[in-house]
Design a protein around this ligand. Sequence first.
Ligand SMILES: Cc1ncc(COP(=O)(O)O)c(C=O)c1O
Length: 371
Amino acid sequence: MPWLSGAYGNPSGHHSVAAAARTALDQARDVLAGALGTVPGDLVVTSGGTESDNLAVLGRALLAPGAVVVGAVEHHAVLNAGRAASQLTGQPLRTVGADRHGRVDLSELAKALDPTVSLVSVQLVNNELGTVQPFADVAALVRRRAPRAVLHTDAVQAAPWFDVAVLAEGADLVSISAHKFGGPQGAGALAFRRPVELAPLLHGGPQERERRAGTQNVAGAVGMAAALAAVRAAAPREAVRVAALRDRLAAGLLERVPGSVLTVGPGVPTAPGHCHVLIEGVDSEELLFMLDTMGLAASAGAACASGAMEPSHVLRAIGTAPEAARGALRLTLGHTSTDEDVEQALEVVPRAVASLRSVGASPGPLARRSA
Ligand SMILES: Cc1ncc(COP(=O)(O)O)c(C=O)c1O
């Protein structure tokens, strides 16, 4: 709060107000760099996950043109940065498929890698399904088959739960976003774990060692560091607690909602908070609208896809039939989730599904709303 209300020094300035802001930023950088397995000078503070991903993918492709390899289930911040990189450099974009649980297909990845590859980007945890990627295998393959490649990982969904410094072992560049772990929106970071030259996306002053021009968001960085320190301290206990809640939610949904299945199969490692189900015979947009009116905030796919009525690219990539994908429901639990939240979800989701099924082919709430 002080950095939002009065302590307005520019960390690049030379007077004592500026020095106070610089000290706060440096302290935040120490915490973030430690958690991401790098040194403070090699951590760029950004405006969030999207910018961090773009800086990694586009920044590398522009500086060292070559093929770009990304997973098909990546967030659009990586996928679309890869597309832009390919358009701007005229180099190929290779998209690597996933298995039916959302794990990157290692044999396809091996085929996509060769000495012309400049950048590979594979996430640590999928944002829709929660699937944890076999990142150590990815890193080993990249080193063996694409020696020129810089390996970037989008750790946005991993940071709330896992020790990213360990899980991202072998990555050169790591993206995080503060609002995924309780920090403020509009703050993120890109950690450099090995000396990598990137073309800056923003041109101007020499901030962030000339990797990102512009006055830093001091309050955002301080909030992000405080939040990351707090989730790291709570992680072992919280991961167990939230996974137990999630398992109860998943089991309860399967039991109380006929025609529902878990999208990710048993035994596949997932982040503790993710619960993704496919529900037969309902339209997820109608379901989401009804759940919202019942006090439950849920999602069908990526947040940015909902509203656009586009089938999720992740479900398409893992081979979910379009008819099944229409009934996708993602319930995500976090550090603030409680037993009562799970009880409420287990009460309202079956009620909403039953109600939508009972109206059958008649216009759903969304159709009525837009009518
Ligand atoms: C895996 C992943 N990458 C990137 C982003 C984008 O982050 P931001 O919203 O901070 O731009 C998100 C946001 O949902 C995400 O889940």
